[in-house]
Write a protein that binds this ligand. Structure first.
Ligand code: PGA
Ligand code: ZN
Length: 426
């Protein structure tokens, strides 16, 4: 079946932070049309594909995407019209060539990704099959229902830098189904609030990804509170629920050292690795993301030698969903897992290349949203299609997050996808 692309439209919409982003609509010659909305990060890595922003200080503080929208409707539309929407790789390749830059900075990775995702969705609609199935057929993957890694407490850039570490997450890996896992997480989220209230930690409200963003006395306090919340919610740490940290350490790295301003101390690389080891002894931590800076390759190798046997060590800003960087990490033994964010690289085809590379190396992968999200549930289908087995979307509040969790609930009911998670997780 040939699904010929007939035209594109783009709309400047707002993301979950009130920042402009794109909604792209693709129209096929058979009359079918589909849209996709583009996510956007705040704690971005240095090596990410580049979002095109207008830079006009009088409009949305320079963050408008009207030029990116024009690029979709003019240059990109001219290049992809007539192509087969059922051949994702060809559409993506055409856009990569048209852009011509390694970082997609000319047309904008946000413009290109919007088209890439809308095309996939249009193809799935034409075929009358769920999006995850279309993606999995296109890229030859074995789909599964992913285990969610869920933000409960936030710090860093997502919560006014009250503490430096960006995310304290819960992973309910020892539950029999996806919906039971989600239920456990919601209980833990609720218990966390009670503990914060009881202890009088000022609640500054909800952070960018929907989790709690309290003023805490230290980074370690977050781990103690989360561990207690897991127990109070009635779950067994390690056997049923473990903790994951996203340190996002590039954002408190300065001059080769790690500045914990909230604690009045600065750590050398190996002191920070020691701290992680100490925390892993005290708390049920089984996953650590961006434990070290995005350029500290030697440190990452030492971190992996020290802790890689006891936990998942994920590169986010470190790899930026970039096959070249991931290849280097695999070759050096720096990290043992990769965070996969489609807008870090800019097309679905390249996103699946990174997933395939990780799978070949026997590495784990976590399919992830951004802190700036939309109501689009695309990521839920992407996570299923990838077969990666893990998804990271933020907390269990705010519809930008729940659109993904709720889509997974529907897929659990309606699809034959298997749930692979259950203890032991690591
Ligand atoms: P970002 O944060 O989307 O703001 O980059 C998410 C993360 O660091 O995982
Ligand atoms: Zn991260």
């Amino acid at each position: 079946m040939s699904l010929t692309i007939a035209g594109l439209r783009a709309l400047q919409i707002l993301d979950s932070r009130g920042v402009p982003t794109l909604e792209v609509e693709v129209r096929l010659s058979n009359g079918v049309s589909a849209t996709a909305q583009v996510p956007s990060g705040a704690s971005t890595g240095r090596y990410e594909a580049v979002e095109l922003r207008d830079g006009d200080p009088d409009r949305y503080a320079g963050k408008g995407v009207t030029q990116a929208c024009r690029n979709v409707e003019n240059e990109i539309a001219a290049a992809v019209t007539g192509l087969d929407a059922g051949d994702q790789a060809s559409v993506d390749r055409r856009m990569i060539e048209l852009d011509g830059t390694p970082s997609k900075s000319r047309l904008g990775a946000n413009a290109i990704l919007g088209v890439s995702c809308a095309v996939a969705r249009a193809a799935s609609q034409c075929k009358g099959e769920p999006l995850w199935q279309t993606l999995s057929c296109q890229f030859g993957t074995k789909p599964t229902l992913p285990l969610p890694m869920v933000n409960i407490l936030s710090g860093g850039l997502h919560a006014g830098r009250q503490v430096e570490f960006q995310d304290f997450l819960a992973v309910a890996h020892g539950l029999p189904t996806y919906s039971e896992s989600l239920h456990a997480i919601v209980s833990i989220h609720r218990e966390t609030r009670k503990i914060l209230d009881d202890r009088g930690f000022l609640l500054t409200g909800v952070a960018d990804e929907g989790g709690w963003g309290p003023v805490l006395p230290s980074n370690e306090a977050a781990l103690a509170i989360l561990t207690q919340a897991i127990e109070r919610a009635g779950f067994r740490p390690v056997q049923e629920v473990s903790i994951a940290i996203d340190a996002a350490s590039s954002h408190f790295h300065d001059g080769g050292r790690y500045v914990l301003r909230s604690e009045g101390r600065t750590l050398e690389v190996d002191e920070l690795i020691d701290l992680y080891a100490t925390w892993a002894d005290r708390y049920p931590i089984r996953s650590l993301e961006d434990g070290l800076d995005q350029d500290d390759w030697a440190g990452w190798v030492r971190l992996t030698q020290r802790l890689g046997g006891r936990m998942q060590l994920i590169g986010d800003d470190f790899f930026t969903t970039n096959a070249g960087r991931l290849q280097q990490g695999i070759a050096q033994g720096a990290a043992n897992a990769v965070l996969v964010k489609m807008n870090q690289i800019g097309t679905l085809t390249e996103t699946f290349e990174v997933l395939a590379l990780a799978a070949q190396a026997g590495w784990r992968a976590v399919v992830s949203a951004r802190s700036g999200e939309t109501e689009d549930s695309f990521l839920a289908d992407l996570a299923c299609a990838s077969g990666a087995g893990q998804i990271k979307v933020g907390s269990v509040t705010r519809s930008s997050r729940l659109s993904k969790y709720n889509r997974l609930l529907a897929l659990e009911r309606d699809s034959q996808l298997t749930w692979t998670a259950s203890s032991p997780w690591f």
